[in-house]
Write a protein that binds this ligand. Structure first.
Ligand SMILES: [Mg+2]
Ligand SMILES: [Zn+2]
Length: 195
């Protein structure tokens, strides 16, 4: 059994562009909008070096909402993998939930078990890659990430967004918080006694 750090994508690895129309942070829907957050590549390389599996688990309803295409999502993955490789880092796997309960694309309209806060993506990944959930972490910038992590039986770390400055590290109501993926990874390594 291996240990993993499950990673939300948008707002953790790459910047989540603000969608003013919808009043929320969204996913990048052009390659030009894909930008790594500071320290993210270094954080993933650190996990690689310390023997942790790095697995992206992300809700990506863009295809369901006709905001992007399947080939675009593939191209974005390639861009992300290439950017990481250039820094000597890699992801062991990428799992996306493509569903949405109100999807415009009928084949993707589903109340599925993989859309976070449901733990389906983590459970599937754990099964595929022999991950020990109890010793693994889930890092995300949304409460749905924390909930999915807890539901899967792993330890969640919440990356706080700028607007939630009321929260102070290292914990809020018992949930670990960090200001960035790199800070979260340092917290994990120190907690596990392998800084
Ligand atoms: Mg996110
Ligand atoms: Zn799903």
């Amino acid at each position: 059994m291996k240990r993993a750090v499950f990673l939300d994508r948008d707002g953790v690895i790459n910047a989540a562009p603000y969608n003013a129309e919808e009043g929320k942070y969204d996913s990048p829907y052009t390659l030009a909008d894909f930008r790594f957050l500071p320290g993210a590549k270094q954080a993933i390389r650190l996990l690689n070096q310390k023997g942790w599996l790095t697995i992206v688990v992300s809700n990506q309803p863009g295809i369901a909402k006709r905001k992007c295409s399947a080939p675009f999502l593939e191209a974005l993955n390639e861009r992300m993998r290439a950017g990481l490789a250039a820094s000597g880092a890699h992801l062991d796997a990428i799992y996306y939930c493509l569903h949405h309960p109100q999807a415009l694309v009928s084949e993707l309209r589903e109340s599925c078990r993989c859309r976070k806060p449901q733990p389906g993506l983590l459970l599937t990944a754990a099964c595929d890659l022999q991950v020990d959930l109890a010793t693994s972490y889930m890092v995300g910038d949304g409460i749905q990430d924390v909930e999915a992590g807890l539901a899967a039986g792993c330890k969640p770390i919440l990356i706080r967004r700028p607007r939630s400055l009321v929260m102070k590290p290292p914990t809020v109501n018992g949930t670990r918080v960090a200001t960035s993926l790199l800070a979260a990874v340092k917290q994990i390594l120190s907690e596990e006694g392998e800084p």
